[in-house]
Design a protein around this ligand. Structure first.
Ligand code: SPV
Ligand code: MG
Length: 306
């Protein structure tokens, strides 16, 4: 393992101190350090490459957006293999660590540990599993969010830790207690049990339009483990308030997918209405930029070298 710090220049010519050790180790230190950090959603190689180039230090491989990009609903319609394939493409084309949304772990302790091991093999830095029951439904849809029994979910967490050989591979335990309307005490009891079971961080999820229930949780949790949040619904809360509450990581969970979906809808509509492509040319990414993003020039260099 190497621990030297160096500076990475990215394409936006921003530079930041970076530590060149393994992705799992980097995700672990991102979670454990005192500052508030951000993970950007990605769902395929293109979105992952773009987010890394802009300067995000880590990615969230979202179940919702991988499903959506594949044309599935976020209800475990995509198979674990399809998710693994998407994650592998993201990991192959980037150097930043990826935290993967592992949903419920696709079943019991055995499915969860198998999935986590495969994720690690394919270059992910960590997995987040949620305390619901397979098949899950997206947290913002409907009221059907039954929680798993605490001991059974702890078994899933322990099985992942026991099975994944890389000791720095991160396991985030996500409680859906607030989504299920079970209240703060249930959320805290669960978070404490998951900490005992060896989770590395707790993701506390909420679908309220303000962060009050997240902050109430953080006040009582007292940072026993790092806290991860997904502010999709309470997006207007200033991020400095997250930092004040010692939140470790905020996940921007679906914005690449939603931006792409909007842009695709707009361009289809315009091309259909205008019966031509010339009008949209200035509003779509230049092909040269695509070639640059995927380093087509390297092919030329390589063909001369080999
Ligand atoms: C995801 O991005 O798939 C998540 C976050 O799990 S949420 O959609 O809010 O459940
Ligand atoms: Mg999800």
């Amino acid at each position: 393992m190497r621990f030297e710090t160096h500076v990475v220049e990215n394409e936006t010519s921003r530079s930041y101190p970076y530590v060149s050790y393994r992705k799992t180790t980097r995700l672990r230190s991102l979670l454990q350090r005192e500052t508030l950090d951000f993970l950007m959603e990605a769902h395929d190689g293109l979105s992952a490459r773009i987010a890394e180039n802009i300067g995000f230090m880590g990615l969230w491989a979202s179940g919702l957006t991988i499903s959506t990009a594949l044309g599935y609903r976020d209800a475990n319609e995509a198979s674990p293999i399809q998710v693994l394939d998407a994650v592998e493409r993201m990991a192959d084309v980037t150097d930043v660590p990826i935290l993967v949304d592992g949903d419920t772990g696709y079943g019991n302790f055995n499915n969860a540990r198998l999935f986590a091991k495969k994720l690690c093999d394919r270059g992910a830095a960590g997995v987040c599993i949620e305390d619901k029951i397979f098949p899950k439904l997206n947290s913002f849809v409907g009221e059907d969010h039954d929680l798993a029994e605490i001991p059974e979910f702890c078994g899933r967490l322990r099985a992942i830790r026991d099975r994944v050989p890389d000791r720095d591979f991160v396991t985030v335990a996500r409680t859906e207690a607030l989504i299920a309307g079970k209240g703060q005490n249930e959320a805290l009891d669960r978070a404490h049990a998951y900490a005992e079971a060896g989770a590395d961080a707790i993701l506390i999820h909420s679908r309220q339009a303000n962060a009050s229930e997240i902050f109430a949780f953080a006040d009582r949790w007292q940072n026993r483990l790092p806290v991860v949040i997904v502010p999709t619904k309470y997006h207007s809360t200033p991020t400095c308030e997250f930092a004040e509450k010692r939140i470790s990581v905020a996940i921007w969970a679906n914005h690449n997918m939603r931006a792409a979906a909007r842009a695709m809808e707009d361009v289809c509509l315009r091309i259909s209405n205008e019966g031509a492509i010339s009008g949209v040319e200035k509003d779509v990414m230049a092909l040269d930029r695509i070639f640059e993003l995927f380093k087509y020039c390297e092919l030329d260099e390589a063909s001369r070298r080999y």
